[in-house]
Ligand binder design. Structure first.
Ligand code: NAD
Length: 469
């Protein structure tokens, strides 16, 4: 291990030990200057991310990154003083007049490993929780967005000293070294495969992890759904960032009689959003050639195995390839042996699976890995409740996609292969805090009746306790 990352870690630890429970004023100052720096550099962030992607609509960076961050910061500024307070806890009768409480305290040094798809938001949102909870933080952003990662290092380096917040840029070698540090908590956002490797590295230090992973998030469209609204919302969620979103609707489950009309409507909707895809600043490029080739491979494999492809627009294919842009492609007549039905898509391709009843749809979902998100479109409340009760996913949006992620008042996280643990808002604060249970004994405690040597007094006391338990 190079001395640098380890020595940054040791410096942060020493600084933490010198001030193990920073007060609200200093946490508030950290959150405020973070918010101001993000605001001051918004245009620089938009430009860096766009250059890293080839093209990323500036509006998408505002909507899905800087605005989400500012929302997170104002929520934290408003509520952290309450979260920091000692929490009252009940005390069972047999232990009274002793009393219980829960004392939140900072953990120490937090590690954050972030992916390329929302490279600013996914580095800063955990940082907000970690700073609000009074920790020191090291961040390892993705090597796929080198300009953004360097800019993040420069901007955070100006407002924080290395022993407060440190950004480690570099490739997989740096990431491996980073994940071997004995952090007090490590939050990883990225793929399920790398998540497994990171969890193993952390286990060597018994470092607790929060894993924010991916997977195939299903969208169930019920007969009771309003088709035009569903189509517009699904298209918007699928095409934001050209589908490179962890909670993008991965595939659709719906009755076969409606599939053709739905597919045509999706294509029309995409063409309304983006009359041209090539050269359109509103339409984001695929981040790298390897991902572009992977997505083309998924389409080829599906077509070879009998799927029907419908593609939006009539752009010049060569030009599209040069720009790494892929128009919305709806894939029907899908079968489970197609790769597009097996791996997370992470691009603007939308396969549709015929599923005649809600039971069929739920059965399909239950038999597969638990997804990060699940979407249900419909008006039938009974069915909506059935979906909520009988499916397990990290989170859910009803009659829309993805919006649950940016709610600061509910936890965001996966379950099983889509992740473990959660953050955002109070859940973020709790994730990066130690919630210490404290029992205070009363001077009137009868506990000494339980001390040895055991005899009639002990038995009397035990009988009394048994009665009140
Ligand atoms: P990735 O797993 O390839 O990389 C994520 C990070 O891990 C990068 O910073 C990378 O440098 C680091 N890394 C790579 N190899 C490593 C190793 N051996 N040890 C330690 N760290 C290593 O993911 P990605 O391609 O950047 O992101 C896409 C994936 O992330 C998708 O699966 C998506 O669903 C998921 N994702 C999840 C969320 C969420 O909040 N749950 C959000 C965005 C993306």
């Amino acid at each position: 291990m190079s001395m640098t990352l380890n020595s940054v870690f040791q410096t942060q630890r020493a600084a933490f030990n010198a001030e193990p429970n920073s007060d609200w004023n200093s946490r508030k100052a950290n959150l405020k200057k973070l918010g101001e720096a993000i605001k001051t550099h918004e245009a620089d962030f938009q430009k860096a991310i766009s250059e890293d992607f080839g093209n990323r609509a500036y509006e998408e960076t505002t909507l899905a990154e800087t605005m989400v961050i500012q929302g997170g910061i104002s929520h934290a500024l408003k509520h952290t003083p309450k979260w920091m307070r000692t929490r009252r806890a009940p005390t069972a009768m047999q232990f009274k007049p002793g009393s219980n409480k829960v004392v939140p305290q900072p953990l120490g040094v937090i590690g954050i490993i972030s992916p390329w798809n929302y490279p600013l938001q996914l580095a800063i949102m955990p940082l907000i929780g970690a700073l609000g909870a009074g920790n020191r933080v090291m961040i390892k952003p993705s090597e796929y967005t080198p300009k953004l990662s360097q800019l993040l290092k420069d901007v955070l380096g100006k407002i924080f000293s290395d022993d407060e917040v440190y950004v480690a840029v570099g490739g997989v070698d740096v990431a491996q070294e980073f994940s071997s540090l004995p952090f007090d908590h490590l939050l990883f956002t990225g793929s399920t495969n790398v998540g497994r490797i990171v969890a193993q590295a952390a286990a060597k230090n018994l470092t607790p992890v929060t894993l924010e992973l991916g997977g195939k998030s299903p969208t169930i469209i019920d007969e009771s759904a309003d088709m035009a609204t569903s189509v517009a919302r699904i298209a918007n969620g699928k095409l934001l960032n050209a589908g490179q979103t962890c909670v993008a609707p991965d595939y659709v489950l719906m009755p076969s009689a409606k599939i053709d009309a739905f597919s045509e409507a999706m294509i029309k909707q995409a063409e309304t959003f983006y009359p041209k895809v090539a050269g359109n600043d509103d339409y984001t490029s695929i981040v790298a050639d390897s991902h572009y080739a992977r997505l083309q491979g998924l389409l080829e494999d599906a077509e070879n195995k009998g799927a029907t492809l419908r593609t939006a627009g009539d752009d010049d294919k060569q030009q599209l390839a040069k720009e790494r842009r892929i128009p919305l492609t709806v894939v029907t007549n899908t079968t489970p042996d197609m790769k597009i039905m097996q791996e997370e898509i992470f691009g603007p391709l939308l396969p549709v699976v015929a599923s005649e009843t809600l039971d069929d749809a739920l059965d399909y979902v239950q038999k597969r890995e638990r997804p990060l998100a699940l979407y249900w479109f419909g008006k039938d409340k009974k069915k909506e409740n059935k979906v909520l009760n009988e499916s397990i996913s990290g989170g859910v949006s009803i009659n829309d996609v993805a919006w649950h992620v940016i709610q600061e008042d509910i936890p965001f996280g996966g379950v099983g292969p889509s992740g473990m643990g959660a953050y955002h808002g109070e859940d973020g604060f709790n994730t990066f805090s130690h919630l210490k249970g404290v029992f205070t004994q009363s001077r009137f405690s009868q506990g000494k009746q339980l001390h040895p040597p055991y005899g009639p007094k002990t038995h009397k006391m035990l009988n009394l306790m048994k009665k009140i338990i």
